[in-house]
Design a protein around this ligand. Sequence first.
Ligand code: SAH
Length: 237
Amino acid sequence: MARNRFFVEKIADEVLLTGDEYRHAKNVLRLGTGDEVTLLDGSGAEYSAIVVRSEKNALAVHVVGSAPSDREPRADVLLLIGALKGDKTELVVQKAVELGANKIGVFSSRYCAAYMSENKLERLNRVSREAAKQCMRARAPEVVCFSALGEALDAGAGYESKLFACEFLEKSEGEIGGNSSSYCLVVGSEGGFSEEEWALAKQKGYMGVSLGRRILRAETAAIALLAVVMERAGELK
Ligand code: SAH
């Protein structure tokens, strides 16, 4: 499959690359007629295609074949992270996509200083798509936001293993098992969690995990926990 990868809404025999994907193809990669590309529709398949025409603000490509991707994680992982200041949430989204998260939720909580907006959410989804392409994934994990921690915790309800990274726990309440097929991970923002928030998570069935005796920055904690879970789930072999 060609290294230049593009997300499209829908696969057909002929597909038009437009908008951001067009600009990237045309202005950055300077692709033109005859060049090979890989198209992704988020289904988990990869489609090989060839540029057949250059139009005004669009490139027409012909699909010539398809194959299932072997790069998508088998474990289904939802990462819930408190909204972070500056571009730290973007950093977490980028790294989480690379490590194999399937979905990312950004929440507000008691000691959260940053806020989310439609624009920020759109930007985070763009970061997810770019990261997915760069690391050769076939799906760009969706980034969603929650206005309260409780709502975010509820989104983890169907997951087999629910882990809450709690900076004031002396030690983890149990092992991070490798036998689950789905995991929901919760990491706080710079301000951390309150005792009440930890109690709420416990009540909703989350297991408290410690990431050691040092207090990590939120972005370090999210990336470290995700890497540990992926390793346990057999994804880092
Ligand atoms: N402001 C807090 C630290 C927050 S760290 C304080 O001063 O104590 C941000 C988030 O990273 C935490 O809410 C937690 O989810 C995670 N985290 C950081 N260090 C951790 C640790 N040692 N164990 C578990 N979680 C940790």
